[in-house]
Design a protein around this ligand. Structure first.
Ligand SMILES: Nc1ncnc2c1ncn2[C@@H]1O[C@H](COP(=O)(O)OP(=O)(O)O)[C@@H](O)[C@H]1O
Ligand SMILES: [Mg+2]
Length: 300
């Protein structure tokens, strides 16, 4: 057992530690996190944007007292951006200095140039070298197949071979959180390596609790109304259903306007905080705001 996999006795402890950081999980996610830690498997988080996938990694890092190392994926990302690169300007400076000192032994110079101190560690290598750490591989669906295969290899061994230096292996494998917004399917092989968790939009009670937790200064009534509205908007067959992030943004925007509660007119005029597509704004306007709001009034 390493310092990380023995830190929690069960899912309930994981839930409580995450909650202490302000991140609220349901039982399914608490179990998934506990198992990921106990079995030292990456956790693969998939779901719509804004449902708390990235925030989970940050919360886990805080709960474990380990640094969060983040790799943001994008189209065309490759090993030199993700793993390591040689620091060419520094190598050149070293060569010049050696030249000035009259050192001409080519073999010696070359071996000096490929020393660890001239290696720039990118997030994946940093995570292997930092003990313990939480590695967030964010939005893997944006990277291409080739990078996925490369990542799979790294996650099977927690080691990398650098031709000039040899194999570097993590003494303690990092806790790995992979996220995907599912803009494309990620290969089965990578998913098989991981524990999988599908992130649903939270139900009313948990979402309200999240908003209250993130925005303690906002009136409870406003928080409940906004949460009820967002929950109703998600049922409107939107191009991009709002995530928890948008619920928080909306409540914050209304609070910034000095509102301690919201009516249909104010809700419609601030819809841009929560719906980001023209078609969605059109559809959102079709919601019976007054009816949703009168329902939310019954919430204490
Ligand atoms: N379960 C949760 N507990 C607390 N805050 C949450 C939760 N889920 C989402 N949030 C909030 O919503 C914001 C957006 O979540 P994020 O992790 O960026 O979504 P995703 O990565 O799924 O797109 C976070 O910054 C966080 O404040
Ligand atoms: Mg994210």
């Amino acid at each position: 057992m390493t310092e990380i996999d023995g830190q929690f006795d069960g899912p309930e402890e994981v839930r409580a530690s995450l909650e202490a950081t302000g991140y609220l999980v349901d039982e399914g996610l608490a179990v998934a996190c506990f198992l990921a830690l106990r079995l030292a498997r990456p956790i693969f988080c998939e779901g719509d944007a804004g449902v708390g996938k990235t925030a989970l990694a940050a919360a886990l890092a805080e709960a474990l007292g380990a640094p969060l190392i983040r790799l943001q994926c994008h189209e065309g990302i490759d090993a030199s951006q993700a793993l390591y690169d040689w620091d060419f300007p520094r190598q050149l400076l070293h060569l010049r200095a050696a030249e000035a000192a009259g050192i001409t032994d080519a073999d010696r110079l070359e071996s000096e140039l490929y020393d660890r101190r001239f290696l720039v560690a990118r997030p994946l290598l940093r995570a292997l070298e930092t003990r313990p750490s939480v590695l967030l591989v964010d939005e893997i669906d944006r990277a291409d197949d080739e990078f996925e295969a490369f990542l799979l290899e790294l996650l099977s061994e927690y080691a990398v071979t650098i031709p000039e230096l040899g194999t570097l292996r993590a003494e303690v494998p990092p806790v790995v959180v992979l996220t995907s917004n599912r803009t494309r399917e990620v290969h089965d092989a990578l998913k098989r390596r991981c524990l999988y968790h599908w992130f649903e939009h939270p139900g009313f009670g948990r979402e309200l609790a999240i908003v209250r937790r993130r925005l303690p200064g906002v009136s409870e009534r406003l928080a409940a109304q906004v949460t009820a509205l967002v929950q109703a908007l998600r049922g409107q067959d939107l191009v991009k259903p709002p995530g928890v992030a948008e619920t928080i943004d909306w409540a914050q925007a209304l609070d910034a306007l000095g509102a301690s509660e919201v009516d249909a007119e104010l809700a419609v005029s601030t819809l841009g905080s929560v719906l980001k597509y023209r078609e969605d704004v059109e559809r959102g306007r079709g919601l019976d705001f007054a009816a949703v709001l009168s329902g939310a009034m019954e919430v204490p």
